[in-house]
Design a protein around this ligand. Structure first.
Ligand code: FAD
Length: 234
């Protein structure tokens, strides 16, 4: 029966990153995706995703984003094509709004380079954008955007290079735990089943986490769509 240190259900933006980094740390990793990889039916499809450094949602996230930028740059260098594009970012909002105050506070707390622009200056520098006259902008030159589908493909390839086993078109139909450990997951394809179910084991000390990534991430860190009182553009 196959055993794994870590099983990742859902190989989208988050899952592919976990697969790549866990495999690089020599864990035996299984990645299972119900559709193709990448696919257009999850959240990570399309051309771009904005990456803001001074996150108005909370300064807690800023160190994570700064680290993510480093990793996107490294991954882009490895594949010879940039994944993160540094075009700068604007948070445009009313001065007393959560968006403006939050972005400004996050930048200040972590020393993220930024400028505060009034509406006229925002329009002068970025003619495509014409905020209402009472709005202010937190301009962050270090922000930009990520190419999500390229990112997923690169991360999956990195995982495969490091020995991860990754399957598309393999829906997990259910799983069971025993004493807080995942003992098996039921999958769609016969290929991965041992009898009616495959066995997943997280035996590696220090990595005792089985993550239902999609649900975990989306329920805690969802940052989209932006609040109504803001206009965020890159
Ligand atoms: C239109 C849009 C615009 C966005 N813009 C931004 C932005 O500009 N900046 C930003 O930071 N964020 C943005 N977001 C949010 C960001 O894209 C998501 O938070 C992120 O892509 C979520 O990644 P994920 O891996 O958690 O989810 P997903 O990419 O959805 O991956 C989850 C995967 O799990 C698979 N799966 C689910 N159940 C099973 C199962 N039982 N068995 C096997 N596989 C399963 C799914 O098929 C899917 O591929 C945007 C989201 C959307 C929808």
């Amino acid at each position: 029966m196959e055993t794994y240190d870590l099983a990742v259900i859902g190989v989208g933006g988050m899952g592919s990153a976990i697969v790549a980094h866990a495999a690089a740390r020599k864990l035996k990793v299984l990645g299972l995706e119900q559709f193709s990889i990448p696919n257009i039916r999850g959240s990570s499809h399309g051309a771009t995703r904005i990456l803001r450094l001074g996150l108005h949602e909370g300064p807690t996230y800023v160190p994570l984003v700064l680290r993510a930028v480093e990793l996107w740059k490294q991954l882009g260098e490895k594949i010879g094509t940039p994944i993160f594009h540094n075009c700068g970012g604007l948070d445009v909002a009313l001065p007393d709004s959560r968006i403006f105050e939050g972005a400004k506070a996050a930048c200040e707390k972590f020393g993220v380079a930024h400028e505060i622009l009034d509406a006229a200056e925002t329009h002068r520098r970025f003619p495509a954008i014409k905020p209402a006259s009472d709005m202010l902008t937190v301009y962050q030159p270090g922000s930009g955007f990520v190419l999500p589908e390229l990112a997923i493909t690169a991360q999956v390839n990195l995982g495969l290079e490091n020995g991860a086993e990754i399957h598309g078109h393999e829906r997990v139909l259910g799983c069971r735990t025993h004493r807080a450990r995942l003992v098996f997951a039921k999958m769609q394809s016969r290929k991965l089943q041992t009898g009616p179910a495959a066995h997943l084991d997280r035996g590696c000390a220090g990595h005792r986490a089985f993550l239902r990534l999609s649900n975990f991430w989306n329920s805690r860190f969802q940052t989209w769509p932006p609040a109504r009182d803001s206009i965020a553009r890159n």
